[in-house]
Ligand binder design. Structure first.
Ligand SMILES: Nc1nc2c(c(=O)[nH]1)N[C@H]1C(S)=C(S)[C@@H](COP(=O)(O)OP(=O)(O)OC[C@H]3O[C@@H](n4cnc5c(=O)[nH]c(N)nc54)[C@H](O)[C@@H]3O)O[C@H]1N2
Ligand SMILES: Nc1nc2c(c(=O)[nH]1)N[C@H]1C(S)=C(S)[C@@H](COP(=O)(O)OP(=O)(O)OC[C@H]3O[C@@H](n4cnc5c(=O)[nH]c(N)nc54)[C@H](O)[C@@H]3O)O[C@H]1N2
Ligand SMILES: [Mo]
Length: 584
């Protein structure tokens, strides 16, 4: 949290430049959905809701591979029915009670259709809707356009299965819905997330044990970036609010004019800006975009155009570490101190397990050193240590939904952490708390808002030239993203595949006469191609190819397509064609 915060103050306030981050690739769609629907980016659940739910619906989420802690709690819940919506028979789908193979990127149509059914059959919570929501009448009209026959046709889920899903929701006493990247990464992500939120609002499934429309955060510390990176909000405030500007400037001891005037240019705008020759310098830290950025050849061409390129990482051999002017080596988390905020809003302390050597620096020290060299007085004076920074952020939190003025940096050490809000003076009795128990949201009138719009056309429809959907995601429990770190874990490295591979359906293997581990070339609609070894399984649909993201080739093929509101890449729906490699 402290590293995000100091970095945001140096670059966005003092230097008036653009800083975007991991959240754009991952949680941005959920963030925007929350802001528009609730008035604040507030994931309301606590992990206990997984124990308390009797009907757990996972939409575009594969916790067996990607969220072991979440999965562990689901597994231990003896009373639940687990329902999975995923085009692929994912590892989680295989362990579920029900799996509905929804067609790629049609989730909002399904949830609009369910909303219509529940409204028409008067199965909704009128009292909750009346007291705690806005725009219900409009939503009711809007979803009339989604009769179940149409929903079945668009989503590819049979009518009987849709009716079965409806029965499951109807009969559930504590219905929770959870989503991750299958929803967030799309051309229509924010509205899809909100279609889930809307259904739970209709059913009054908020603030009660085992309920909620819950977005599962990808990175263990994404919530810190969302609140304190100074990228999309002024330390959890609106950039344009004069009172907030005064408050933050007062806490920082700096001139109000110094503070960033608005949100950053987004990740894609920065890369496009470099490629267009408008942005000349780039500094990357803790991210490996030559591998993880969508349509990643555009990152290579960008780096080639730069006048000044800085890489700050714990390894100097990551894919993005080429043609650089400066490399700043940082120590990893195990040698760091500070705090982080997890998926259920829990603020935890991080303490160094190994003492850094004398000449080693962590990211906070590197950043502070930069501020020192630049002569940024307020940072030199007031931001000397992570603890100083924690206290500045604590002061910023006062009176906000994420108020943590009740926490002490030192007391947090060795504790289980604490979920926000935890304002000064409030006695916190429950260790696992959820939001919205009083039905109040963060909009001016405290009511949640139904957000919706007609379903946009898929910008990348399947064609004769590109008949397959290129779905991407996590491959194995042991591999983390670009593998820079997990390659060091011997028992992971010992069993993980060393080359790019993908899953194809048996009918495709037959058509192209392919055997397990034969090589194919995949040609993407983005104009690029790459080679993959094949694995043959009907876990993927006939027109679907699934590629784990842990190989650089994967994002060579993903498109430069983004959600219009969140600007999160549509990583999971390129269209492609294939050829056996020999013929290529
Ligand atoms: N082992 C491991 N764990 C990780 C990570 C890692 O790299 N390795 N990364 C972490 C991070 S940062 C994140 S964000 C999370 C991601 O966690 P998840 O989102 O659970 O993982 P993904 O594999 O990206 O995607 C989930 C599922 O979405 C499905 N999907 C694709 N398109 C659609 C669609 O249109 N609709 C629906 N309903 N489903 C669709 C995919 O088939 C896939 O099974 O994992 C975290 N955990
Ligand atoms: N096709 C496709 N692409 C995807 C996704 C997908 O589902 N499909 N998912 C997207 C998602 S959700 C995410 S979160 C991104 C992840 O994309 P990235 O964040 O780019 O991937 P990582 O491999 O986690 O990169 C982290 C980098 O930080 C370095 N590092 C680790 N610790 C430290 C430290 O303490 N200090 C410094 N300075 N460096 C450190 C590591 O060595 C590594 O180079 O990928 C996105 N890309
Ligand atoms: Mo992520």
């Amino acid at each position: 949290m402290e590293e995000f915060a100091i970095n945001g103050h140096i670059f966005r306030d003092h230097m008036h430049t653009n800083v975007d981050g991991n959240t754009r690739l991952c949680m941005a769609s959920a963030v925007v959905a929350h802001k528009q629907s609730y008035g604040f980016d507030a994931p309301g659940y606590t992990l206990k809701d997984l124990d308390e739910s009797d009907t757990i619906i996972m939409v575009g989420a594969n916790p067996v591979v990607a969220h072991p802690i979440v999965w562990d709690r689901i597994k231990r819940n003896p009373n639940k029915k687990l329902i999975v919506l995923d085009p692929r028979r994912s590892e989680t789908a295989k362990n579920a009670d029900y799996h509905y193979r929804i067609k790629s990127k049609t989730d909002s149509t399904l949830f609009y259709g369910l909303a219509n059914y529940f409204i028409e059959n008067d199965l909704i919570d009128h009292d909750f809707i009346e007291k705690n929501t806005n725009r219900f009448e409009e939503y009711k009209e809007f979803v009339k356009d989604f009769p179940l026959e149409k929903v079945s046709e668009v989503t590819g889920i049979g009518m009987e299965q849709i009716l079965e899903l409806i029965e499951l929701i109807k009969n559930g006493k504590r219905v929770s819905m959870w989503w991750t990247m299958g929803i967030n990464q799309s051309h229509n992500a924010v509205r899809a997330a909100q279609s889930i939120i809307n259904l739970q609002l209709l059913l009054g499934n908020y603030g009660k044990p085992g309920t909620g429309a819950n977005s599962i955060t990808g990175q263990c510390n994404a919530m810190s970036s969302r609140l304190f990176s100074n990228q999309a909000s002024l330390y959890g405030h609106d950039f344009a609010n004069p009172e907030a500007r005064k408050k933050v400037a007062g806490i920082f001891g700096c001139d109000e004019e110094l503070l960033a005037k608005g949100p950053t240019k987004t990740y894609n705008q920065i890369i496009e800006g470099i490629n267009a020759g408008e942005i000349k310098a780039l500094w990357i830290m803790c991210t490996n975009p030559k591998h993880s950025w969508t349509n990643n050849e555009t990152f290579r061409t960008a780096v080639e155009k730069l006048e000044f390129y800085v890489v700050q990482d714990i390894y100097d051999d990551i894919e993005s570490c080429f043609d650089y002017d400066v490399f700043l080596p940082a120590v990893p988390g195990i040698k760091k101190e500070g705090s982080y905020i997890n998926l259920e809003r829990r603020i935890c302390r991080c303490v160094p397990v190994i003492k850094p050597d004398e000449d080693e620096k962590n990211d906070y020290e590197i950043m502070w050193g930069v501020a020192n060299a630049m002569g940024f007085e307020d940072i030199i004076e007031n931001w000397k240590t992570p603890e100083d920074c924690f206290n500045l952020m604590k002061a910023c939190s006062k009176g906000r939904p994420f108020d943590f003025t009740g926490l002490d940096y030192h007391d947090l050490e060795g504790s289980h952490g604490c979920q926000w809000p935890c304002p000064e003076g409030e006695v916190i009795e429950e260790e696992e708390r959820r939001l919205f128990e009083d039905g109040k949201f963060y909009t001016p009138d405290k009511k949640a808002i139904f957000q919706f719009e007609p379903v946009p056309e898929n910008p990348l429809p399947q064609t004769e030239e590109f008949p397959y959907i290129f779905n991407t995601g996590r491959g194995t429990v042991g591999q983390w993203h670009t593998q820079s770190r997990t390659r060091e874990v011997q028992f992971v490295e010992g069993v993980s595949t060393k080359h790019a591979y993908c899953y194809i359906h048996p009918s495709v293997a037959e058509k192209f006469n392919l055997k397990h581990e034969d090589w194919i070339t995949i040609y993407s609609c983005n104009g690029q191609n790459a080679n993959f070894a094949v694995r043959i399984t009907d876990d993927v649909q006939e027109d679907e190819i699934y590629a784990p993201i842990h190989y650089e080739e994967c994002n060579k093929l993903t498109p430069s397509v983004y959600d219009p509101y969140s600007k999160e890449p549509s990583y999971k729906a390129a269209v492609v064609r294939i050829e056996p490699k020999e013929a290529a």
